[in-house]
Design a binder for this molecule. Structure first.
Ligand code: UD1
Ligand code: UDP
Length: 454
C-alpha cells in the first residue's frame, strides 16, 4: 500500500478563530482535598503570569471546612472564581452533576484551556465537559497507572488521559505509560510531581502542632477499605493492636462508615488518637516526625516517599510503583495481624529512605505553566486537526527514518514500543522524534522548561 511519506504542513489550528483576543484564559478545576493541594503551585504561578487570566473553579465535591476551605486559608490560596455545589452524590450521579455544572461555567467563561489534576470524579467530569465543548484539556499527574480497574480512580485516570490534549507526567514511569499507550509524544511532558511544590510550601510554613515522641500516622478513605464492614473493622483492630501510638486524622467518608457500621468502640482505645482531618502544614509536619504512615491515599504515599518515611499501603496495587521499588512502601492486605506485622517491621527498619531533593520552589508549577504558554503561543494547545499519531501518519514518517528503527517499532496493534535505553523527545520540528539518550533528554527538557519566558 502506498502511503504519503511527507504529509505536508500542519493542516488546521483550532484556536485560529480565537486569535483576536490578546490575553489567554486558563481555567483550573478542583473539587477535593488532594486537587487543591496538588494544583496550588500551578494556580499561584498562573496568577503571577500577566499574560494569563486565571479562573479557579471549585466543584464543591469536598465541602467541609477541614477538607476544602482550610487549605485556601493556610496556604494563602486565593478564593475560587466559581464555587459549584456538586455535593453530596456518588457514582454516575456525581459525575453527571459535576459535568453539567462545570459545562455551564465553561460556556460563560470561554477559557482557552482547562487544567485538571489527578483522578477524582471532579477531574474526570471537568475534563469530559471541556472536551465535549472542544476546549483543550491539560491533565496534571497524567499517566499514573495502578492497573486495578476495581478502583474507580483508575478508570477516571484513563478517561482523563484519553480526552486530554496536554499530558503532564509526574514520573518517568507515568511518561512511559503514556507513550506505550500510544499518546502523541508531542503532547506528553515529563515535568515532575506538583506534590514536591506543595511539600516545599508546607515546610516553609510554621506548624504549632505539638509532637509525640513515637507514633505512626494513619489515613484511610478508599471505599474498598471503608465501605465494607469486615475490612474496616480489620483495619481498626490492626491499628489498636500496634505497639506504637497511632495518630488517625479521620476522613469524613471513614467517619461516616464507622458510625453506620457501629464500630465507634474500636476507636475508643488509648492506642489510637482520632482527630479531625488536618490542615496540610500540620499533616506534613506530623508525617515528617512520625515513624511511618499507614495509608491508602495516593498523595500520602508520594509524600512519605519524598520525605523518606516508611509506608504501609493498605491496598493491593499502587499507581506509584517507584515507592515500592525503593523498598520502603509495603502493599499490605487488610488483615489485623498483617497490618501489625508490617508496621512493626517498617518501624524497626532503621535504614530509612533518603530525603528526596525537592527541587527549587514552585519548579513543577512553573514548568506546567511554561508548557501551556508555549503551546498557546504556537497555537498548539490542541493537536492540529486530528490526532496524527493515532492516525498512523507520524508512524510512517518515523519509520521512514533509519534512525528510528532500533527505537520505535510496531506491535500488532500498531502501538509504538520504545527501547529501554532511549527515550524519544520532540525537537523543534513539531512531528519529528529524535534519538537522545536518557540523560541528555532530561537535561535538555529541564532547561527547555525552566528557561525564563521570552
Ligand atoms: C474522593 C475521590 C478520591 C480521592 C478522595 C480524596 C472520587 C470518586 N473519589 O473520595 O479519588 O482520593 O476524594 O480525599 O472522586 N464527605 C463529607 N464532607 C466532605 C467530603 C466528603 O462529609 O467535605 C463525605 C460525604 O458523605 C460523601 C463521602 O464523604 O458522600 C464521600 O465523598 P466523595 O467526595 O464522594 O468521595 P471521597 O471518598 O472523598
Ligand atoms: N492530607 C491533609 N490532611 C489530612 C490528611 C491528608 O492535608 O488530614 C493531605 C495529604 O498530605 C495529601 C492529600 O491530603 O497531600 C491526600 O489526600 P487524600 O488522601 O484525601 O486523597 P488521595 O491522595 O488519596 O487522592
Amino acid at each position: 500500500m502506498a502511503w504519503p511519506l511527507d504529509y505536508g504542513p500542519v493542516p488546521f489550528s483550532w484556536r485560529e478563530c480565537k486569535q483576536s483576543r490578546h490575553t489567554m484564559k486558563a481555567a483550573v478545576v478542583v473539587g477535593t482535598r488532594p486537587e487543591i493541594i496538588k494544583t496550588l503551585s500551578v494556580v499561584k504561578e498562573l496568577d503571577r503570569t500577566d499574560s494569563v487570566d486565571t479562573l479557579l473553579i471549585h466543584t464543591g465535591q469536598h465541602y467541609d471546612y477541614s477538607m476544602s476551605r482550610l487549605f485556601f486559608d493556610e496556604l494563602t490560596l486565593r478564593e475560587p472564581d466559581y464555587f459549584l455545589e456538586a455535593q453530596p452524590r456518588e457514582g454516575a450521579a456525581q459525575v453527571s452533576s459535576i459535568m453539567e455544572a462545570v459545562a455551564s461555567v465553561l460556556m460563560e467563561a470561554e477559557p482557552d484551556v482547562v487544567l485538571v489534576e489527578g483522578d477524582t470524579a471532579s477531574a474526570m467530569a471537568a475534563a469530559l465537559s471541556a472536551s465535549q465543548m472542544q476546549i483543550p484539556v491539560g491533565h496534571i499527574e497524567a499517566g499514573c497507572r495502578s492497573y486495578d480497574r476495581g478502583m474507580v480512580e483508575e478508570t477516571n485516570r484513563r478517561v482523563i488521559d484519553a480526552v486530554s490534549d496536554i499530558l503532564f507526567a509526574p514520573t518517568e514511569t507515568a511518561y512511559y505509560n503514556l507513550i506505550r499507550e500510544g499518546h502523541n509524544p508531542s503532547r506528553v511532558f515529563l515535568v515532575g510531581s506538583t506534590v514536591a511544590d506543595a511539600l516545599q510550601e508546607a515546610v516553609a510554613h510554621p506548624s504549632d502542632k505539638s509532637l509525640e515522641d513515637d507514633f505512626v500516622l494513619a489515613t484511610i478513605h478508599r471505599p474498598s477499605n471503608t465501605d465494607d464492614k469486615v475490612s474496616l473493622s480489620e483495619i481498626l483492630h490492626g491499628l489498636a493492636a500496634l505497639n506504637i501510638k497511632c495518630v488517625f486524622p479521620i476522613h469524613p467518608r471513614t467517619r461516616k462508615m464507622v458510625d453506620l457500621f457501629g464500630l465507634e468502640s474500636l476507636l475508643e482505645t488509648p492506642q489510637i488518637e482520632v482527630i479531625e482531618p488536618l490542615g496540610y502544614v500540620e499533616f506534613v509536619n506530623l508525617l515528617r516526625n512520625s515513624k511511618g504512615v499507614i495509608t491508602d491515599s495516593g498523595g500520602v504515599q508520594e509524600e512519605a516517599f519524598l520525605l523518606g518515611k516508611p509506608t504501609i499501603t493498605l491496598r493491593s496495587s499502587t499507581e506509584w510503583p517507584e515507592t515500592i521499588w525503593a523498598g520502603k512502601n509495603r502493599l499490605t492486605d487488610v488483615r489485623r495481624d498483617l497490618i501489625e506485622e508490617a508496621v512493626t517491621a517498617a518501624v524497626a527498619d532503621e535504614s530509612g529512605l533518603p530525603l528526596k531533593t525537592l527541587g527549587s520552589p514552585n519548579e513543577v508549577g512553573r514548568a506546567i505553566v511554561r508548557v501551556v504558554l508555549d503551546l498557546a503561543e504556537r497555537q498548539h494547545l490542541r493537536p492540529p486537526g486530528f490526532d496524527m499519531i493515532r492516525s498512523g501518519y507520524p508512524f510512517l514518517r518515523l519509520c521512514s527514518k533509519d534512525l528510528m528503527q532500533p527505537l520505535i517499532r510496531f506491535d500488532q496493534n500498531s502501538m509504538i514500543t520504545i527501547g529501554d535505553d532511549f527515550v524519544s523527545a520532540i525537537c523543534e520540528d513539531y512531528w519529528t522524534l529524535e534519538k537522545v539518550d536518557r540523560q541528555t533528554f532530561h537535561e535538555r527538557d529541564r532547561k527547555r522548561l525552566m528557561q525564563e519566558p521570552k
